[in-house]
Design a protein around this ligand. Structure first.
Ligand code: ZN
Length: 58
């Protein structure tokens, strides 16, 4: 399964991978803004969406 943290505004995945990472680390790496729509993201307001995707990647 994978974990995904997505922009709450446009849905762009800021992080997607097999390791569960803290939202703070992910947002910090993204400079606290969405690389696509430019929405400012903060851990306080950020609605973290961790999606478990079952199944396999082929
Ligand atoms: Zn966005």
């Amino acid at each position: 399964m994978t974990y995904e943290i997505a922009c709450m505004s446009c849905g762009t995945a800021l992080y997607s991978g097999f390791d569960l990472r803290s939202p703070g680390d992910v947002l910090k790496a993204a400079d606290y803004k969405c690389k696509k729509c430019g929405t400012k993201l903060s851990t306080a307001k950020f609605s973290v969406e961790v999606t478990k995707l079952d199944g396999s990647f082929s």
